[in-house]
Design a binder for this molecule. Sequence first.
Ligand code: SF4
Ligand code: SF4
Length: 221
Amino acid sequence: MIISRKRDFQELLENIKNYKSFFLIGCSECASLCSTGSEKEVKELSETLRAEGKEVTGGIVAKTGCQVLGTKKDLKPYKDEVNNAECILVMSCGAGTQTAVDLFEDKPVYATNDSLFLGNMTRFQVFDERCSMCGKCILDRTGGICPITTCPKGLLNGPCGGMKDGHCEVSPDIPCAWVRIYERMKKLGKLEELSGSVLDAKDWSTAQSPRALSAREKKGK
Ligand code: SF4
Ligand code: SF4
């Protein structure tokens, strides 16, 4: 999931100082789990904006904010509320914000959140970064643990010389990713696989932005 965090409200107020009326769009997926775009946050932000003298014409929680056509459908019953707003505030990740940019060519769109990383919720509302979406996954070579993301240096053949007592030299409060990989491979009886191979230097062309993909099946195949 995409992990997002609310922006500082004063910063948001500064960004939107030239506008008086707003329509709010949250997202029922990742942003709801991060408490940045659920029904509750949409209501809270509406109240806070009103307390600042702003008008909120309405708000919704889109089912999947990064899905352009789905969000367009979600917004259909709110045509008037949207038309009456000078500005759209999006309470999801940056992709959701850009859904609104696609849908509202003539209206300014502002993000209420910062998008931080792709991660896992390991405990209630505790998130760890797990994947940097490098475009060519090497998890099958590293026991399913991603060194590109969970080693601060992104080392492909670690550990580095700074590892101490199983902990990372860059962030001593986290375990060294390569010690984790070693321990897991040992547990799986695959240490030979690990010691017998060196991972090649990463071809970062697979991570070149902007990336696009069509998952549609090609006709005639
Ligand atoms: S190797 Fe790349 S795709 Fe696989 S988990 Fe790590 S960053 Fe993500
Ligand atoms: S100690 Fe381990 S996790 Fe930390 S930078 Fe070195 S190899 Fe990476």
